[in-house]
Design a protein around this ligand. Structure first.
Ligand code: APR
Length: 317
């Protein structure tokens, strides 16, 4: 079987980690594209020279030419500026729209048959713009937001309860902004509701709610927490891992149910916008959007997040 081809557009912090993870997991041959001369070539050479140590058999090519992404099975876009301390993701819209316009044109020309994952922020607007320019069918283009937001929520729950992250299931819906919706009612530890475990730990419901509220708040601001610490950029290890979970599910037809920023056509009451909801990702790309019941409080939070996404996306016009 021929190896898969994975094109990474943007060879910065996330792009570099993506290239290394693709190599270590032997997901496919990597093409790393960047406009900075020498950067993608240098990173690819560096990673490739670790192959004899790590034992992976894939090729890595750094490039500044879009023709090198031709025929890619998967394209992951990280081109764009990251946040600086104090900035929100939406502050990046003007500068990153210009970058995304160029990138999408390159994808349209050379890799329009690929499955595309957008990571650049503000995510919900960038994936919308990328789809508009490339014309890639809605089942072949997603944004990465929910896998990471949910992973952060799950990590905080595991740390709070002192248990393995592997047994925590947590999901976050909505836009990749401060109004995202971590779903407390659906978060559990091997099926046991997290709230029940917190109530048992603290012996009262009020304290359990206070602890959960703090974890929800931290989840919403988790990207900003990393930005404030790094000062010179935003999170890059976790976004790379999160997007590769989506890519792996598609390349290996795993049909995992992952929160993805997908185009909605009436699901969850949203029509014509990309939004983070659970989806089945497999060889067919976005094979299914999973709908489920929200209570009034959850729906109100989702509506608020949708309004924020619409405001941002509509400002692109
Ligand atoms: N075409 C291709 N690459 C570009 C372009 C362009 N027009 N403009 C900038 N780039 C490249 C930069 O040269 C840089 O190497 O995009 C890369 C971005 O890398 P970083 O600045 O290190 O940012 P990173 O941390 O990887 O984040 C990238 O993902 O999570 C989001 O908010 C984050 O929007 C940001 C993006």
């Amino acid at each position: 079987m021929a190896r898969k081809k994975i094109a990474l557009i943007g060879g910065g912090q996330i792009g570099g980690v993506l290239a290394q993870l693709c190599a270590l997991r032997e997901l496919g041959d990597v093409v790393l594209f960047d406009i900075v001369e020498g950067l993608p070539q240098g990173k690819c050479l560096d990673i490739a020279e670790a192959a004899p140590v790590d034992g992976f058999d894939i090729s890595l090519k750094g490039t500044g030419k879009y023709e090198d992404i031709a025929g890619a099975d998967v394209v992951i876009v990280t081109a764009g500026l990251p946040r600086k301390p104090g900035m929100s993701r939406s502050d990046l819209i003007e500068v990153n729209s210009k970058i995304m316009t160029q990138v999408a044109e390159g994808i349209r020309q050379y890799a329009s048959g690929a499955f595309v994952v957008v990571i650049s922020n503000p995510l919900d607007a960038m994936v919308t713009l990328c789809q508009k320019i490339t014309g890639i069918p809605y089942n072949r283009i997603v944004g990465q937001s929910g896998v990471l937001d949910s992973a952060r929520f799950a990590a905080f729950i595991a740390w709070e309860l002192g248990i393995s992250v592997r047994d925590v299931s947590a999901i976050t819906l909505g836009g990749h902004g401060d109004d995202m919706v971590p779903l407390v009612r659906y978060s559990c530890v091997n099926g046991i509701p997290v709230m029940e475990l917190l109530e048992r730990k603290y012996g009262n419901a009020a304290k359990a709610k206070e602890v959960m509220d703090a974890m929800v708040k931290r989840t919403r601001g988790a990207g900003g927490e990393v930005v404030a610490l790094l000062k010179t950029g935003s999170a890059f290890y976790s976004p790379a891992s999160a997007s590769l979970a989506m890519v792996e599910s598609v390349l290996k037809d795993q049909k995992r149910v992952l929160p993805a920023c997908v185009h909605l056509d009436g699901e969850f009451g949203v029509k014509g916008y990309f939004l983070g909801v659970p989806a089945v990702l497999g060889a067919g790309g976005v094979e299914k959007i999973i709908e489920f019941r929200l209570n009034a409080e959850e729906q109100a939070m989702l509506d608020k997040s949708v309004a924020a996404v619409k405001g941002l996306v509509d400002s692109l016009q």
